[in-house]
Design a protein around this ligand. Sequence first.
Ligand SMILES: [Zn+2]
Length: 286
Amino acid sequence: MWQHRNFPLLCLFNSYAIPFLIAKFGWNDGLGGLLYAGIIRIFLFQQATNCVNSLAHWLGDQPYADTNSPRDHIFTALITFGEGYHNFHHEFPADYRNGIRWFDYDPTKWFISLASPTSIISAWLGFACHLQEFESNEVNKAIFQQKWKQMEKLKRQINWGTPLDVLPIYSWSEYEALCINHGGSKYLVCVAGVIYDVKPFVDSHPGGRTLIEAYVGKDATASFHGGVYRHSKAASNLLDNMRFGVVRGGSRVDLHQQKVRHLNGLFKSSSISANSPLLSSLDKTC
Ligand SMILES: [Zn+2]
C-alpha cells in the first residue's frame, strides 16, 4: 500500500511541511507555523497521549479494583480525551467507554457512540459496530467489592475496644465489690451488661463528673440510653474503648452470644464461611 511504503515521508510532510507552507503562504510566517503548529503541537500531543501510560497510572482513585495501578481522574481525562478514567478501562477492557457516568468527560466515548448503528447519524458515519458495554450490575459488583475492601482496611485500623469475648466475667456482687475495693482509682459503671472504667473520661463528661459518680457500682443502662440523656453512637463508641469486664447474664452480652450461636449455626449449614465478614465484624464491634 502506497501510504505504508511512504509512511516516514508522509509523517514529516503532514507534521512539519504543511504547517510551514500554510503559514508561509498565508501570512508570511513559515518558521512560526513550523514552530507552533508543527514542533510544539507535536510535543504537547505526544506528552498528552503518553499520559495514559504515566499519569493515568499514578493520579486519582481506584473505584473498581486496586490489584494494579490504573486510576481515574478528571485532570487526566481532560488531557487524554477521556482515557483518564483508566481504572474502569483496565477492569472492563472490552467496554468502549472510559467514563461511564453521563457527566464524565469522555469525548472518545461520545464520538464512538455517535458512530454506532443506534446513533441517528450512524448512516452517515457508519464505522463503529458491535459496541460492548458491561451491565451496570457487573460494574456495581466491582464498585461494591472495592468499597468493601477499603472498609475492611479501615476497620482493621480502628480500635474497637477489647472484644467482649475476652473480657473477665463478674457476678453482680463481684462488680459492686470491685467498686468498693478500687475506691476512687476506678470509676466502674455498668451499661447493658458491660462494665466500663470511665475514669479517663470522667472530667470530660459533658454532663459533669457528678452524674457519672452517681452511677459508679450501679446499672446505668436506662440512664445512658435515654433515662437521663440519649447518648449518641459516638458516645457508645467512646465507651467501648473503656471496657473493663462483663456482668454474668448481662443483656448485651447475652444478645452477643445469641448472635454468635446463630451465625455459627449458619456456618455449620455451609451458608457462611468461617472467615465471614459477618462473624469478624461481630467479634470486633460487639
Ligand atoms: Zn494502563
